[in-house]
Design a protein around this ligand. Sequence first.
Ligand code: C2E
Ligand code: CA
Ligand code: CA
Ligand code: CA
Length: 277
Amino acid sequence: AKDQGGGTFNIFSNGTDEYEKKQLMLENDLRNALETEQLIVHYQPVVDLSTGRLKSFEALVRWEHPELGLVPPGEFIPVAERSGLINDIGTRVLESSCRQVRRWHSANEQIGLAVNVSIRQFRNPHFPNLVKDVLEITQFPAHLLILEITESMMQDDSESVRIIEEIRTLGVKLAIDDFGTGYSSLSKLGFLPIDYLKIDRSFITEMLIHAPIQSIIQTIIDMGRNLDMELIAEGIEEEGQSLLLAECGCQFGQGYLFSKPLSAEEIEMTYSLSTLV
Ligand code: C2E
Ligand code: CA
Ligand code: CA
Ligand code: CA
């Protein structure tokens, strides 16, 4: 079936509903933003907690709105998902971030790239092929690409399993984002080939305040390690969190303690990653 994109949206059936009107305006603005290159990618470093070394960047989309300024993804991704625009946005983010980090490989060829994938992209039967095409076009090494999906996307229907397996066949890695918030059936973790678990920020925020949270984090880390997955903690803002996480066996982390998401130019200055080959 074709994407029921915003183009087929019936304005009149929704009449005067203010909310619907706003959504529709936002959707039109967003379609325009895509065409006029107002969507840009920021990059947040992921570091090795015990050495402090840079491991990878997570690509995070932003909307440079001509009047509103920088709009965070939380405000337009839901609209993009509802309208189907997320497919085009997602492809754009994947391609431009692969291209960008590929340039940085001339200074450091080990840098990984994590890209968020929405459920609508993931459910698209052509998704694995699309990823393959982007890897070819950008010459990005598959093993350095990590696709971040959420717990709710790993269902054990045959279609999801096929998509996950096709992605893995390309050599691309998979991460479960926001782990611990989705109440997924843990048994799935044992069957699906997942490389990384990203411990949700809510646990990290609470870990120094509520002692029981520490036990939960330790349990997630131990489980991940037993299943041969690597652990990434998100939302690290304090030195104490970083030290304790490293002690608990969590290898990687990201958060404001290390860096906020930065524009490509800012990343180049901070990490001396010249784009001149
Ligand atoms: P996420 O994938 O969980 O990304 C992490 C979010 O936490 C980012 O927010 C990041 O800026 C923020 N963050 C990182 N470190 C810290 C910290 O130490 N403290 C705090 N308070 N926040 C921190 P952002 O960039 O606003 O993105 C929000 C969400 O939007 C993302 O959550 C992701 O679900 C979605 N998103 C972003 N870019 C894309 C994209 O290209 N495609 C899709 N489908 N979703 C995206
Ligand atoms: Ca993410
Ligand atoms: Ca996350
Ligand atoms: Ca999140």
